[in-house]
Design a protein around this ligand. Structure first.
Ligand code: NDP
Ligand code: GDR
Length: 320
């Protein structure tokens, strides 16, 4: 089996590449040119991967990437994925995260209509939630240009499935984290920040809205769900989540507690991290995935905090 993965240099792409290599796949990563190479997350497997240079903004480069890799499966994980930036660059976010999906689908349809296609949809599409918990039938109400772009990409995936009978699935994944999470996302910012404080490398941590609630799972667990969706007889969309919700404040408390620190002594609120509007509460119902894919989350909230805090503490200690 051959797979083409967009966003292979990101958190999910790196775990997915490891997972597919373990399953015996030939894995092609679609990467965009950069003046400084950005392969940290895949350095340990780079010799086993093949790379094709393309950009989600550039239709012909995507066609060439598919021509060269001749994939049986395409995993479209590439996107501008940081919500606050989507207010600063709404048009570019629409291009990468929204229209980029259509460019991938168009290229796939022209090259090989039988290719299986996975789209990285997001719980951000539920935004100002219309019901609790959220499942595959919950109406969307996105609250950021990122969320709006994801809704567009989601419905294009559904539309190509229905218009051209393509095997195209959307995984509506709730927040998933890991030691490989980008430093600006709140979970990593907190575990990394707390570890720095513990080691005497910082004396405070500035955050925004502590009341927002998220359904946080472990990225490594969630990757398997993507693969399972493409292994079914029929293409469908699935919610992937833990079913538990916790506030940012609870994440902060748990992370500092792991290091025997009292978070209230160190955390400051900085208004610049507060968004024009936020998503207040997310909690997913992934009973469809459980029933049809046999998928279930394995790492709970405290387990995830521990994995990330221990990793960051040990990493920073080694650098000293
Ligand atoms: P990351 O931000 O870690 O990775 C994003 C990837 O997209 C990077 O490899 C980046 O490449 C690539 N990319 C960005 N723009 C382009 C472009 N124009 N052309 C080609 N590649 C591009 O995200 P995650 O791994 O966390 O998320 C993967 C996907 O899942 C994203 O689509 C995200 O929106 C979605 N998602 C994530 C969730 C989460 O909690 N992590 C939850 C739900 C959905 P480069 O290294 O060059 O910047
Ligand atoms: P999110 O993740 O927006 O849910 O999108 P993020 O970790 O950025 O924010 C989660 C919540 O934490 C609050 N918050 C802060 N966030 C950041 N980044 N920095 C802070 O200092 C801070 N303080 C409080 C935010 O207001 C928010 O409520 C992630 C991304 O991976 C998306 O690509 C993905 O689609 C969704 O998860 C599901």
């Amino acid at each position: 089996m051959r797979a083409l993965v967009t966003g292979i240099t990101g958190q999910d792409g790196s775990y997915l590449a490891e997972f597919l290599l373990d399953k015996g796949y030939e894995v092609y990563g679609m990467v965009r040119r950069s003046s400084v190479e950005n392969f940290n997350r895949i350095e340990h497997i780079r010799d086993k991967l093949k790379f094709v240079q393309a950009d989600l903004l550039d239709q012909l480069s995507i066609i060439d990437a598919i021509k060269e890799s001749r994939p049986d499966e395409i995993y479209n994980l590439g996107a501008m994925s940081f919500v606050p930036t989507s207010w600063k660059q709404p048009v570019l976010t629409g291009e990468f995260t929204g229209l980029g999906v259509t460019r991938m689908l168009e290229a796939a349809r022209h090259m090989n209509k039988n290719v299986k296609f996975y789209q990285a949809s997001s719980s951000e599409m539920f935004g100002k939630v219309r019901e609790v918990p959220q499942n595959e039938n919950t109406p969307f109400y996105p609250r950021s240009p990122y969320g709006v772009a994801k809704v567009y990409g989601h419905y294009m995936t559904v539309n190509y499935r229905e218009s051209y009978d393509m095997f195209a699935c959307s995984g509506i994944l709730f927040n998933h984290e890991s030691p490989r999470r980008g430093l600006e996302f709140v979970t990593k910012k907190v575990t990394y920040g707390a570890a720095k404080i513990k080691l005497g490398l910082a004396d405070s941590l500035c955050l925004g809205n502590l009341d927002a609630k998220r359904d946080w799972g472990y990225a490594k667990d969630y990757i398997e769900a993507m693969w399972l969706m493409l292994k079914q007889d029929t293409p469908e969309d699935y919610v992937i989540s833990t079913g538990e919700t916790h506030s940012v404040k609870e994440w902060v408390e748990a992370s500092f507690k792991c290091l025997d620190l009292d978070w209230e002594k160190y955390v400051k609120i900085d208004k610049s991290f507060i968004r024009p509007v936020d998503v207040d509460l997310l909690v997913g119902d992934s009973s469809k995935a459980e029933k049809k894919l046999g998928w279930k989350t394995k790492v709970n909230f405290n387990g995830l905090v521990k994995i990330m805090v221990e990793y960051d503490y040990n990493y920073l200690k080694k650098q000293m």
